[in-house]
Design a protein around this ligand. Structure first.
Ligand SMILES: Nc1nc2c(ncn2[C@@H]2O[C@H](COP(=O)(O)OP(=O)(O)OP(=O)(O)O)[C@@H](O)[C@H]2O)c(=O)[nH]1
Ligand SMILES: [Mg+2]
Length: 320
Protein backbone atom coordinates (compact mmCIF):
# COMPACT_ATOMS: atom_id res chain seq x y z
CA UNK A 1 0.00 0.00 0.00
CA UNK A 2 1.51 3.27 -1.16
CA UNK A 3 0.01 5.33 1.66
CA UNK A 4 1.36 3.00 4.33
CA UNK A 5 4.82 2.99 2.74
CA UNK A 6 4.91 6.77 2.90
CA UNK A 7 3.71 6.79 6.48
CA UNK A 8 6.40 4.33 7.52
CA UNK A 9 8.96 6.55 5.78
CA UNK A 10 7.90 9.42 8.04
CA UNK A 11 5.60 11.37 5.72
CA UNK A 12 3.32 13.47 7.96
CA UNK A 13 0.68 14.04 5.32
CA UNK A 14 0.41 10.30 4.79
CA UNK A 15 0.11 9.93 8.56
CA UNK A 16 -2.72 12.48 8.78
CA UNK A 17 -4.43 10.88 5.80
CA UNK A 18 -4.19 7.38 7.29
CA UNK A 19 -5.60 8.60 10.60
CA UNK A 20 -8.62 10.11 8.81
CA UNK A 21 -9.01 6.85 6.92
CA UNK A 22 -9.13 4.68 10.04
CA UNK A 23 -11.40 7.17 11.79
CA UNK A 24 -13.92 6.70 9.00
CA UNK A 25 -13.52 2.91 9.12
CA UNK A 26 -14.41 0.78 6.06
CA UNK A 27 -12.52 -1.73 3.89
CA UNK A 28 -9.74 0.71 2.97
CA UNK A 29 -9.10 1.38 6.64
CA UNK A 30 -8.90 -2.34 7.37
CA UNK A 31 -6.39 -2.80 4.55
CA UNK A 32 -4.25 0.04 5.92
CA UNK A 33 -4.37 -1.38 9.45
CA UNK A 34 -3.42 -4.83 8.17
CA UNK A 35 -0.37 -3.35 6.44
CA UNK A 36 0.56 -1.30 9.52
CA UNK A 37 -0.01 -3.96 12.13
CA UNK A 38 3.40 -5.67 11.91
CA UNK A 39 4.97 -2.28 12.72
CA UNK A 40 2.97 -1.75 15.91
CA UNK A 41 3.52 -2.83 19.49
CA UNK A 42 6.42 -0.52 20.29
CA UNK A 43 4.74 2.59 21.68
CA UNK A 44 3.99 2.99 25.36
CA UNK A 45 0.41 4.23 25.57
CA UNK A 46 -0.47 6.54 28.44
CA UNK A 47 -4.09 7.39 29.26
CA UNK A 48 -4.72 10.73 30.96
CA UNK A 49 -8.23 10.87 32.34
CA UNK A 50 -10.22 12.81 34.92
CA UNK A 51 -13.11 15.17 35.47
CA UNK A 52 -13.60 18.15 33.11
CA UNK A 53 -11.26 21.07 33.70
CA UNK A 54 -8.85 19.31 36.06
CA UNK A 55 -5.92 20.28 33.82
CA UNK A 56 -5.48 17.18 31.67
CA UNK A 57 -4.55 19.04 28.50
CA UNK A 58 -2.11 21.29 30.34
CA UNK A 59 -0.48 18.20 31.86
CA UNK A 60 -0.34 16.41 28.51
CA UNK A 61 1.32 19.45 27.01
CA UNK A 62 3.89 19.67 29.81
CA UNK A 63 4.59 15.93 29.67
CA UNK A 64 5.04 16.05 25.90
CA UNK A 65 7.61 18.83 26.21
CA UNK A 66 9.56 16.88 28.83
CA UNK A 67 9.51 13.73 26.72
CA UNK A 68 10.82 15.75 23.78
CA UNK A 69 13.68 16.99 25.92
CA UNK A 70 14.55 13.35 26.46
CA UNK A 71 14.60 12.78 22.72
CA UNK A 72 11.46 10.66 22.79
CA UNK A 73 8.78 11.23 20.14
CA UNK A 74 5.21 11.80 21.24
CA UNK A 75 1.81 11.22 19.68
CA UNK A 76 -1.14 12.93 21.35
CA UNK A 77 -4.77 11.91 20.99
CA UNK A 78 -7.35 14.16 22.62
CA UNK A 79 -10.70 12.46 22.80
CA UNK A 80 -13.52 14.96 23.16
CA UNK A 81 -16.71 13.06 23.75
CA UNK A 82 -18.94 16.10 23.54
CA UNK A 83 -18.48 18.03 20.38
CA UNK A 84 -15.63 19.35 18.28
CA UNK A 85 -17.57 22.57 18.03
CA UNK A 86 -18.16 23.20 21.70
CA UNK A 87 -15.27 25.58 21.19
CA UNK A 88 -13.54 26.50 24.42
CA UNK A 89 -11.73 23.38 25.44
CA UNK A 90 -10.32 22.36 22.10
CA UNK A 91 -9.48 25.90 21.11
CA UNK A 92 -7.67 26.30 24.41
CA UNK A 93 -5.82 23.06 23.74
CA UNK A 94 -4.67 24.30 20.36
CA UNK A 95 -3.28 27.48 21.84
CA UNK A 96 -1.53 25.60 24.60
CA UNK A 97 -0.11 23.09 22.19
CA UNK A 98 1.10 25.73 19.78
CA UNK A 99 4.61 25.49 21.11
CA UNK A 100 4.64 21.81 20.22
CA UNK A 101 3.46 22.45 16.69
CA UNK A 102 6.19 22.44 14.09
CA UNK A 103 8.13 19.76 15.98
CA UNK A 104 8.38 16.68 13.77
CA UNK A 105 8.67 14.57 16.92
CA UNK A 106 5.13 15.44 17.98
CA UNK A 107 1.81 14.69 16.34
CA UNK A 108 -1.47 15.91 17.81
CA UNK A 109 -4.89 14.68 16.89
CA UNK A 110 -8.28 15.60 18.34
CA UNK A 111 -11.11 13.13 18.01
CA UNK A 112 -14.78 13.77 18.49
CA UNK A 113 -17.69 11.44 18.79
CA UNK A 114 -19.00 10.18 15.51
CA UNK A 115 -22.02 8.04 15.91
CA UNK A 116 -21.75 5.71 18.86
CA UNK A 117 -19.33 5.95 21.75
CA UNK A 118 -18.41 2.33 21.14
CA UNK A 119 -17.37 3.45 17.69
CA UNK A 120 -15.26 6.15 19.26
CA UNK A 121 -13.44 3.64 21.44
CA UNK A 122 -12.63 1.51 18.42
CA UNK A 123 -11.57 4.50 16.32
CA UNK A 124 -9.32 5.74 19.13
CA UNK A 125 -7.68 2.32 19.38
CA UNK A 126 -7.06 2.33 15.65
CA UNK A 127 -5.60 5.86 15.68
CA UNK A 128 -3.23 4.78 18.45
CA UNK A 129 -2.12 1.85 16.26
CA UNK A 130 -1.37 4.24 13.41
CA UNK A 131 0.73 6.53 15.63
CA UNK A 132 2.51 3.48 17.02
CA UNK A 133 3.33 2.23 13.52
CA UNK A 134 4.53 5.71 12.56
CA UNK A 135 7.15 5.30 15.26
CA UNK A 136 5.92 7.58 18.06
CA UNK A 137 7.49 6.19 21.21
CA UNK A 138 4.98 7.55 23.69
CA UNK A 139 1.30 8.06 22.91
CA UNK A 140 -0.65 10.27 25.31
CA UNK A 141 -4.42 9.80 25.19
CA UNK A 142 -6.56 12.41 26.93
CA UNK A 143 -10.12 11.43 27.77
CA UNK A 144 -12.67 13.04 30.05
CA UNK A 145 -13.48 10.50 32.72
CA UNK A 146 -17.22 10.80 32.63
CA UNK A 147 -18.76 7.89 30.75
CA UNK A 148 -18.17 4.18 30.48
CA UNK A 149 -16.79 4.50 26.95
CA UNK A 150 -14.19 7.08 27.96
CA UNK A 151 -13.16 4.95 30.90
CA UNK A 152 -12.83 2.05 28.50
CA UNK A 153 -10.62 4.07 26.18
CA UNK A 154 -8.42 5.13 29.06
CA UNK A 155 -8.17 1.64 30.49
CA UNK A 156 -6.88 0.26 27.22
CA UNK A 157 -3.74 2.35 27.76
CA UNK A 158 -0.68 0.66 29.27
CA UNK A 159 -0.39 3.26 32.01
CA UNK A 160 -3.39 5.24 33.25
CA UNK A 161 -2.98 8.58 34.99
CA UNK A 162 -6.12 9.75 36.78
CA UNK A 163 -6.09 13.52 37.17
CA UNK A 164 -8.02 15.28 39.88
CA UNK A 165 -7.89 18.74 41.40
CA UNK A 166 -8.82 20.35 44.71
CA UNK A 167 -11.96 22.36 45.01
CA UNK A 168 -14.15 20.10 42.93
CA UNK A 169 -16.32 19.48 45.92
CA UNK A 170 -16.77 15.91 46.95
CA UNK A 171 -13.66 14.04 45.87
CA UNK A 172 -15.53 10.79 45.85
CA UNK A 173 -17.75 12.35 43.21
CA UNK A 174 -14.84 13.87 41.35
CA UNK A 175 -13.18 10.51 40.95
CA UNK A 176 -16.08 8.58 39.55
CA UNK A 177 -16.55 4.98 40.26
CA UNK A 178 -14.84 3.03 37.54
CA UNK A 179 -12.06 5.58 37.23
CA UNK A 180 -10.52 4.83 40.61
CA UNK A 181 -10.08 1.18 39.63
CA UNK A 182 -8.14 1.88 36.47
CA UNK A 183 -5.60 4.30 37.96
CA UNK A 184 -1.93 3.35 37.87
CA UNK A 185 -0.96 6.85 39.00
CA UNK A 186 -2.96 9.68 40.58
CA UNK A 187 -2.08 13.27 39.75
CA UNK A 188 -3.54 15.86 42.09
CA UNK A 189 -3.20 18.82 39.78
CA UNK A 190 -3.70 22.50 40.66
CA UNK A 191 -1.71 21.81 43.78
CA UNK A 192 -1.17 25.56 43.99
CA UNK A 193 -4.76 25.78 45.15
CA UNK A 194 -6.06 25.31 48.60
CA UNK A 195 -7.15 21.82 49.54
CA UNK A 196 -4.60 19.79 47.56
CA UNK A 197 -3.49 17.98 50.68
CA UNK A 198 -7.08 17.16 51.47
CA UNK A 199 -7.55 15.69 47.99
CA UNK A 200 -4.45 13.53 48.46
CA UNK A 201 -5.84 12.26 51.73
CA UNK A 202 -9.22 11.54 50.20
CA UNK A 203 -7.57 9.41 47.51
CA UNK A 204 -5.48 7.60 50.12
CA UNK A 205 -8.61 6.86 52.05
CA UNK A 206 -10.37 5.53 48.99
CA UNK A 207 -7.35 3.37 48.20
CA UNK A 208 -7.59 1.97 51.70
CA UNK A 209 -11.22 1.06 51.33
CA UNK A 210 -11.02 -0.04 47.74
CA UNK A 211 -13.34 -3.04 47.48
CA UNK A 212 -11.87 -3.81 44.07
CA UNK A 213 -8.77 -5.16 45.81
CA UNK A 214 -10.72 -8.39 46.08
CA UNK A 215 -11.64 -8.62 42.44
CA UNK A 216 -9.23 -10.88 40.57
CA UNK A 217 -8.09 -9.46 37.26
CA UNK A 218 -8.68 -5.88 38.37
CA UNK A 219 -5.66 -3.63 38.48
CA UNK A 220 -5.64 -3.79 42.23
CA UNK A 221 -4.29 -7.34 42.24
CA UNK A 222 -1.24 -6.59 40.14
CA UNK A 223 1.07 -5.67 43.00
CA UNK A 224 1.54 -2.07 41.89
CA UNK A 225 0.64 0.63 44.40
CA UNK A 226 -0.62 3.66 42.51
CA UNK A 227 1.42 6.65 43.70
CA UNK A 228 -0.33 9.97 44.35
CA UNK A 229 1.59 12.96 42.95
CA UNK A 230 0.89 16.65 43.29
CA UNK A 231 1.36 18.76 40.18
CA UNK A 232 0.97 22.34 39.03
CA UNK A 233 0.70 21.75 35.31
CA UNK A 234 0.65 25.44 34.40
CA UNK A 235 4.09 25.92 35.98
CA UNK A 236 5.43 22.50 35.15
CA UNK A 237 5.81 21.65 38.84
CA UNK A 238 5.80 17.97 39.62
CA UNK A 239 5.63 17.05 35.95
CA UNK A 240 9.12 15.51 35.90
CA UNK A 241 8.09 13.34 38.85
CA UNK A 242 4.93 12.35 37.02
CA UNK A 243 6.97 11.38 33.98
CA UNK A 244 9.29 9.33 36.19
CA UNK A 245 6.30 7.56 37.73
CA UNK A 246 4.95 6.74 34.26
CA UNK A 247 8.30 5.35 33.19
CA UNK A 248 8.62 3.40 36.43
CA UNK A 249 5.20 1.88 35.84
CA UNK A 250 6.16 0.96 32.28
CA UNK A 251 9.31 -0.74 33.56
CA UNK A 252 7.29 -2.53 36.24
CA UNK A 253 4.82 -3.85 33.67
CA UNK A 254 7.63 -5.41 31.67
CA UNK A 255 9.68 -6.75 34.58
CA UNK A 256 6.67 -8.37 36.22
CA UNK A 257 5.47 -9.81 32.90
CA UNK A 258 2.16 -8.09 33.55
CA UNK A 259 2.58 -6.45 30.19
CA UNK A 260 2.32 -9.75 28.31
CA UNK A 261 -0.55 -10.92 30.47
CA UNK A 262 -2.56 -7.78 29.86
CA UNK A 263 -1.77 -7.74 26.16
CA UNK A 264 -2.90 -11.33 25.85
CA UNK A 265 -6.17 -10.56 27.63
CA UNK A 266 -6.66 -7.44 25.52
CA UNK A 267 -6.10 -9.27 22.24
CA UNK A 268 -8.46 -12.05 23.28
CA UNK A 269 -11.14 -9.50 24.15
CA UNK A 270 -10.57 -7.68 20.89
CA UNK A 271 -10.87 -10.85 18.82
CA UNK A 272 -14.04 -11.84 20.64
CA UNK A 273 -15.58 -8.43 20.06
CA UNK A 274 -14.75 -8.46 16.35
CA UNK A 275 -15.94 -12.04 16.01
CA UNK A 276 -19.20 -11.27 17.75
CA UNK A 277 -19.89 -8.27 15.53
CA UNK A 278 -18.89 -10.15 12.39
CA UNK A 279 -21.02 -13.22 13.14
CA UNK A 280 -24.01 -11.06 13.92
CA UNK A 281 -23.55 -9.09 10.70
CA UNK A 282 -23.29 -12.30 8.66
CA UNK A 283 -26.35 -13.82 10.26
CA UNK A 284 -28.34 -10.64 9.71
CA UNK A 285 -27.29 -10.53 6.06
CA UNK A 286 -28.69 -14.03 5.54
CA UNK A 287 -32.00 -13.54 7.21
CA UNK A 288 -34.93 -11.65 5.81
CA UNK A 289 -35.55 -8.63 7.99
CA UNK A 290 -39.06 -9.74 8.97
CA UNK A 291 -37.65 -12.96 10.37
CA UNK A 292 -36.22 -11.29 13.48
CA UNK A 293 -39.34 -9.15 13.81
CA UNK A 294 -41.56 -12.23 13.69
CA UNK A 295 -39.55 -13.92 16.41
CA UNK A 296 -39.76 -10.82 18.60
CA UNK A 297 -43.54 -10.94 18.22
CA UNK A 298 -43.63 -14.63 19.13
CA UNK A 299 -41.47 -14.13 22.22
CA UNK A 300 -43.59 -11.15 23.25
CA UNK A 301 -46.74 -13.26 22.89
CA UNK A 302 -45.12 -15.97 25.00
CA UNK A 303 -45.49 -18.48 22.19
CA UNK A 304 -41.73 -18.90 22.11
CA UNK A 305 -38.99 -18.49 24.69
CA UNK A 306 -35.85 -16.46 23.84
CA UNK A 307 -33.53 -19.48 23.82
CA UNK A 308 -35.64 -21.39 21.34
CA UNK A 309 -35.98 -18.23 19.25
CA UNK A 310 -32.20 -17.90 18.99
CA UNK A 311 -31.82 -21.59 18.21
CA UNK A 312 -34.29 -21.13 15.36
CA UNK A 313 -32.45 -18.07 14.10
CA UNK A 314 -29.17 -19.93 14.03
CA UNK A 315 -30.76 -22.86 12.20
CA UNK A 316 -32.31 -20.71 9.53
CA UNK A 317 -29.04 -18.77 9.18
CA UNK A 318 -27.29 -21.89 7.92
CA UNK A 319 -23.53 -22.21 8.38
CA UNK A 320 -21.79 -18.91 9.03
N1 LIG B 1 -4.18 27.11 39.12
C1 LIG B 1 -3.96 26.15 38.25
N2 LIG B 1 -4.66 26.13 37.09
C2 LIG B 1 -4.41 25.14 36.22
C3 LIG B 1 -3.47 24.12 36.47
N3 LIG B 1 -3.46 23.28 35.43
C4 LIG B 1 -4.38 23.74 34.57
N4 LIG B 1 -4.95 24.86 35.03
C5 LIG B 1 -5.99 25.67 34.37
O1 LIG B 1 -7.21 24.98 34.42
C6 LIG B 1 -7.97 25.21 33.25
C7 LIG B 1 -8.35 23.90 32.59
O2 LIG B 1 -7.17 23.28 32.12
P1 LIG B 1 -7.20 22.19 30.96
O3 LIG B 1 -5.79 21.68 30.81
O4 LIG B 1 -7.88 22.68 29.76
O5 LIG B 1 -8.10 21.09 31.66
P2 LIG B 1 -8.71 19.77 30.99
O6 LIG B 1 -8.80 18.78 32.08
O7 LIG B 1 -7.94 19.39 29.79
O8 LIG B 1 -10.14 20.28 30.58
P3 LIG B 1 -11.21 19.49 29.62
O9 LIG B 1 -10.45 18.90 28.48
O10 LIG B 1 -12.13 20.58 29.21
O11 LIG B 1 -11.86 18.47 30.50
C8 LIG B 1 -7.11 26.10 32.36
O12 LIG B 1 -7.50 27.43 32.54
C9 LIG B 1 -5.71 25.88 32.91
O13 LIG B 1 -4.87 26.98 32.69
C10 LIG B 1 -2.73 24.18 37.70
O14 LIG B 1 -1.90 23.35 38.03
N5 LIG B 1 -3.03 25.21 38.54
MG1 LIG C 1 -8.62 19.00 27.81
Amino acid sequence: MELVKKLLAGDRRALAHTISLVEDDGPEAHAALAALYPHTGRAHVIGITGAPGTGKSTLVNALARLYRRRQLTVGIVAVDPTSPFSGGALLGDRIRMRDLAGDAGVFIRSMATRGSLGGLAQATGDVILVLDAAGFQRVLVETVGVGQAEVEIASSAHTVVVVTAPGLGDEVQAIKAGVMEIADIFAVNKADREGAEHTVMAIQMMQGLAPQAMVPGSRADDGWEPPILKTVATRGQGVAELLEAIEAHAAYLHESHLFERRERARVLGELEAILQAELLARLRARLPEERLETLVEQVLARRLDPYTAVAQLLESGGSL
